[in-house]
Design a protein around this ligand. Sequence first.
Ligand SMILES: Cc1cc2nc3c(=O)[nH]c(=O)nc-3n(C[C@H](O)[C@H](O)[C@H](O)COP(=O)(O)O)c2cc1C
Length: 343
Amino acid sequence: MNTKLLLEHLKKNPFVLAPMAGITDHSFRTLMRQLDSSVVVSELISANGIEYENQKTLDMMGFDEIQRPIAIQLFGDDPEVIAKAAQFVESKNVDFIDLNFGCPVPKVTKKGAGSAMLKDLEMFAKVLRAVVKAVNLPVTIKIRTGWDQNTRNSVEVCNIAFNEGITWVAIHGRTRSQNYEGLADWNYIAEVKSHVKIPVLGNGDIHTPEQAVQRLKQSGCDGVLIGRGALKNPFIFSEALQLWQGNSTLESFPLQKNYTWVLTELNSLYSRHSSEQIREIQLKKFAAWFSAGFPGSAKFRKDIFQLEGPEHILEASINYFNLLEKTLQEDTSQEKFLMGGHG
Ligand SMILES: Cc1cc2nc3c(=O)[nH]c(=O)nc-3n(C[C@H](O)[C@H](O)[C@H](O)COP(=O)(O)O)c2cc1C
């Protein structure tokens, strides 16, 4: 896919699933594309892992046609190694390459990778130049607003990205120092967007389809990334898209939610792509997350975590969601939820 087509695609649907390690794997990406995430991005993948042909790393790169447009997200500290990894990824026929400059995890930052590169813009520019030169695919990046509150530098980072031929910048509206505390600063994201030429995708703390549309419009961004919100409501992309297109009202949504289909599809995807053990863990995790804000969710979570065998977990989950019928999901956005990750 070329840059023009990718940006046209984003214009038609600006609601994008945020990459999440341990979550946006092969199966979940397929599910989310079917539920209208505009594009999907893999979990972060180590450029060094590709260099050393680490089997686990290579296994993380599988995808199906249905996931297109699909990106593989790379991280690393050495421009040449990242560029070579990008060439390898291009040979796998993905649609674009995403680079991670948002990861706050010390194991990654102490080597100068992830968000640490926002402190060394010379090295940052070198990485972008090396990757853009090495491949013919569009290259996108994901950043934090800066290393800490005193060194927020997204305008400068976006200008470098624009000059180096990057296709878009996704901004998680927190600094590295904030980790997952506090709130994403959407005023800052909007300000950055208004000062730069490169397309910007805003990210952070979008919990509902209404919020997704509101953030998109108020920030002036070209798209929004939704991570944890999609784990509590897997229908958030199709709902946001419908709202944004003016086709729907909130009242009609509960009727369209089909948890039986979602859970059955997840079970079947995991049975194709993962071991029985992974399939079981992922099914439990997703069913538990989806139940957030519904009546009896605490008991449901406790019950399924005691079950064994994917078929039993699937059956219990379908029974639980069927009983809810048209119950509205309560707002749980004030509760702490998955307060750690690689971006
Ligand atoms: C469990 C978890 C794993 C994550 N892994 C990645 C990752 O691999 N790459 C990345 O760029 N961001 C990663 N992130 C950050 C998300 O993409 C996103 O920026 C962040 O969660 C804020 O958005 P949200 O409030 O919509 O979840 C991760 C976040 C979480 C919670």
